[in-house]
Design a protein around this ligand. Structure first.
Ligand code: 5GP
Ligand code: ZN
Length: 112
């Protein structure tokens, strides 16, 4: 189980690990994925360490709503004018690699 101390995305959120940052506010930071799977591949993470979508509860409603509202704005600002795909991998069976909740935004060409 990942804790904030050894969480790579917490370190990015705290500025301890560099990233190609595209957005930041009091609750979120967004940056380019280090291993892009599409011409535009952005990650949006809450600054709050939540391990995965399996770890959310009602107290996270506003935060998660804000994250989804942010997605089309960041997609548009970063060139995904023809639409985009959003993805949240969750848990081992969901292919999650980094156990800090994050939203993928993929664009720039049709994705399967
Ligand atoms: P997951 O499979 O957990 O949904 O996706 C994790 C994503 O984080 C992967 O697409 C991976 O390329 C990206 N990633 C992992 N480590 C780093 C990093 O240090 N910096 C950035 N920018 N992206 C990372
Ligand atoms: Zn974290």
């Amino acid at each position: 189980m990942t804790t904030t101390a050894d969480c790579i995305f917490c370190k990015i959120a705290q500025g301890q690990i560099p990233c190609k940052k595209i957005y930041e506010d009091e609750d979120f930071i967004a940056f380019h994925d280090i291993n892009p799977r599409a011409p535009i591949h952005l990650l949006v993470i809450p600054k709050l360490h939540i391990e995965s979508l399996q770890h959310v509860d009602a107290s996270h409603r506003d935060l998660l709503g804000k994250m989804l509202v942010l997605a089309p704005q960041l997609a548009a600002e970063n060139g995904a004018s023809e639409g985009f795909k959003t993805l949240i991998n969750t848990g081992p069976a969901g292919g999650q690699e980094v156990y800090h909740l994050h939203l993928h935004i993929l664009g720039g060409r049709p994705t399967a």
